[in-house]
Design a binder for this molecule. Sequence first.
Ligand code: GDP
Length: 440
Amino acid sequence: MFDNLSDKLDKAFHILKGHGKITEVNVADTLKEVRRALLDADVNFKIAKDFTSRVKDKAIGQDVLTTLQPGQLMVKLVKDELTELMGGDAAGVNLSGNPSVILMSGLQGSGKTTFSGKLANFLKTKKGKKPLLVACDIYRPAAINQLHVVGDQIGVEVYSEPENKNAVSIAENAIKHAKANGFNVVIVDTAGRLAVDEEMMTEIANVHKAIQPQETLFVVDSMTGQDAVNTAKAFNDRLNFDGVVLTKLDGDTRGGAAISIKSVVNKPIKFIGTGEKMEAIDVFYPARMAERILGMGDVVSLVERAQEQYDEEEARKLQKKIAKNEFGFDDFLTQIQQVKKMGNMKDLVGMIPGAGKALKDVEIEDDAFKHIEAIIHSMTPAERTKPALLDAKRKIRIAKGSGTDIQQVNQLLKQFDQMSKMMKMMQGAGGKNLMRMMGG
Ligand code: GDP
């Protein structure tokens, strides 16, 4: 996420390294580079200019803070300013109605339908809600089908009326249906066009007026940079929406949309989409995002993801096994699966402070455990519980079966051995903590 921008900002701060004091000259040099970095990331010119002038005002006269290195101080000022620019405190969604109605808006291809599904899944699994998805695209039958596919995937009902060509009446009927059937959230996915056009705007404005949603979200593809900001403006003029959803942040986005959008429409970014899967949704926290952009990682989110996967019962079972020396490859596999559920590797590594930068040229496979899993799957159940059985002949068979080579098999056995020893050791010294670390 935002690798290029992070890189350039890092270089800008290097100018201040080695200086004992912040002076107008080195501040100006640094800020020139910061501004260039923002412009390269497709941040609007005026926003970038205002940004650096605010940081400059704060920086000059801060030389009283002799305890801090100027480089660090500057990073902090930029971080605070970025946080402010992206929205200050995190903003939640309004779920006050019964049902709470959420209207989705945005261009075709922005990720609206995918996000509708993600949000329904999020509200169902994390907030205990009973959502209803509504297909309001009256132009593309494929869009209705797509929402049904999404709904099936997450076990959420989808309301549609393929024959009805009036979006307002579909939305109204859906809300009636929700009231009669105990749904407490209604998520209305609307039609999008490839570009802003009057007909689409009028239609969504009519739906908006008729159903009076508690929350109107505008979905935008973050890869579109400044265009995203212009589209946001057009939608906001008509709908006065409540919040923004930035999708495709897992891609090679430059960051311009994330940084500019709030100050242009004065509406907070509420969620981000970080992948095609239904789980790839995150609440947007401006401060955490600022830290990520500045290469400080995002430990809070990392720990939260780990906690979500932590299963008390499983952890206890595992602990018993370790105590009895029964930890085997099947357990190892379970652990890997838990880590995988936390998200894709690249994303996770990006949350570790410093790691994103250190590993930026290292190709991280999405499925970094592929070989390990293949090797374990090629073992017999007996071998998995008793790795000592693995002699040379068996290792050759496993390497063949898993499409790996004998070195990779040996390497895994070695790692497994080291891990078992370490777990045994930690078991003595309060193994619970280790289990938390491992299992989440
Ligand atoms: P809609 O036309 O606005 O409803 O857009 P869709 O939901 O159909 O999404 C368009 C494409 O973007 C699909 O191929 C989605 O799988 C993909 N997509 C949506 N959100 C994300 C995301 O957060 N990350 C990535 N990588 N792809 C996404």
